[in-house]
Design a protein around this ligand. Structure first.
Ligand SMILES: NC(=O)c1ccc[n+]([C@@H]2O[C@H](COP(=O)([O-])OP(=O)(O)OC[C@H]3O[C@@H](n4cnc5c(N)ncnc54)[C@H](OP(=O)(O)O)[C@@H]3O)[C@@H](O)[C@H]2O)c1
Length: 316
């Protein structure tokens, strides 16, 4: 087995120094790994701009963070529903008007295991529309400020990238045929990861390599993910799994995204997450990624399809 570059305990937030001059944007901080990541960044002195769909929950999150870390923390929320292109565009505009720099945009928010095929208001299957096209548009619109800041884009994927079809179903992107919650979720997470490796190639070709793009995942973590959007049966299964040591804390699940947002000189070609049992738990570091996630012909086509579907083109 390859040794972990960060030692046998893997990467931990102890490696993060003082973040006083840094600004991080993070989506989906009302629970789970996003909440934990925001808390750790704030505890290191960073300014955190949260992007959440539910204003009331975001206010409660800020209150909780202030109770835990004190009132002097630098945290704000911008309302954004990742499932609606209009909301993502409005939020991106607000970010560009109010935020001076982006050291990292952490794309953490997602839904999972939606029991039935539902279409978003933009006409896409809900997991693809939220997890993939939502992030596509957010990343592309914020890219100019990320570039100005020599910042990073961090995508929180899933080991689900290696489940389901293991490719993009270009002839039926909305799953009009053969919808299953897991296949559709897995495709949306694979698309998120593939677009990061494709972005790296495009940044290189455009000589814009001062922007870094990373793909990671939280393994299997105790969060609200399945409880928010999964079926009764999936909730039951995941809640039973949580009893066993094949599921780790939400805090540990936040480490890979924190590493990708803050660790200097991190190799972009890596895929980052827990390195223990099935990559669900264990010390955090780089680990094997299956070749289908870097299939150039698929990722190039996905990029072109995404531009066409959203009408949003990257300024590369
Ligand atoms: N937990 C795991 O075992 C696991 C495994 C693999 C990958 N992941 C990935 O880890 C990331 C974090 O998930 P989590 O496990 O921490 O789940 P979580 O506890 O459910 O947190 C998800 C966050 O995303 C937000 N969100 C959902 N839909 C949104 C939308 N349309 N617009 C804006 N925000 C939205 C949620 O907000 P609300 O409070 O408003 O619902 C919540 O803040 C996701 O990308 C997920 O795919 C998790």
């Amino acid at each position: 087995m390859k040794t972990n570059q960060f030692g046998e305990n893997g990467w931990t937030p102890n490696r993060i120094g003082n973040l006083n001059s840094k600004i991080y944007l993070i989506t989906g901080t009302t629970s789970g790994t996003g909440f934990e990541a925001a808390k750790i960044l704030l505890s290191k002195g960073a300014n955190v701009v949260m992007l959440n769909r539910n204003i009331k929950k975001a206010e409660n999150t800020i209150n909780t963070l202030q109770q835990e870390l004190g009132n002097s923390i630098n945290v704000t929320n911008i309302q954004m529903d990742l499932s609606k292109q209009s909301s993502v565009k409005k939020a991106a505009e607000e970010v560009l008007n109010t935020v001076t720099q982006i050291d990292a945009l952490i794309c953490n928010a997602a839904i999972a295991q939606v029991p039935k095929q539902i279409l978003t208001e933009d006409g896409w299957e809900s997991q693809m529309g939220t997890n993939y096209y939502g992030n596509w548009t957010l990343q592309a619109l914020l890219f100019p400020l990320i570039e100005k800041s020599k910042g990073r884009i961090v995508t929180v994927g899933s080991m689900g990238y290696d489940m389901g079809l293991k490719t993009i179903k270009f002839d039926d992107l909305n799953w009009d045929k053969d919808y299953t919650p897991n296949d559709a979720y897995s495709q949306s997470k694979l698309a998120q990861i593939m677009s990061i490796y494709e972005l790296q190639d495009r940044l290189k070709a455009a000589e814009k390599s001062t922007v870094k793009a990373y793909a990671c995942h939280p393994g299997s973590s105790k969060t609200n993910l399945i409880n928010t959007s999964g079926s009764f049966m999936m909730k039951l299964i995941f809640n039973i799994m949580k009893i066993f040591p094949i599921v780790q804390s939400a805090e540990k699940g936040a480490y890979p995204q924190l590493m990708c947002a803050t660790e200097p000189n991190l190799d972009q070609s890596g895929f980052y997450g827990p390195t223990g049992n099935r990559n669900w738990v264990g010390p955090v570091g780089a680990h094997h990624i299956e070749p289908h996630a870097k299939d150039k012909s698929v990722s190039k086509r996905l990029w072109e399809v995404s531009e066409k579907e959203t009408g949003v083109v990257w300024n590369l």
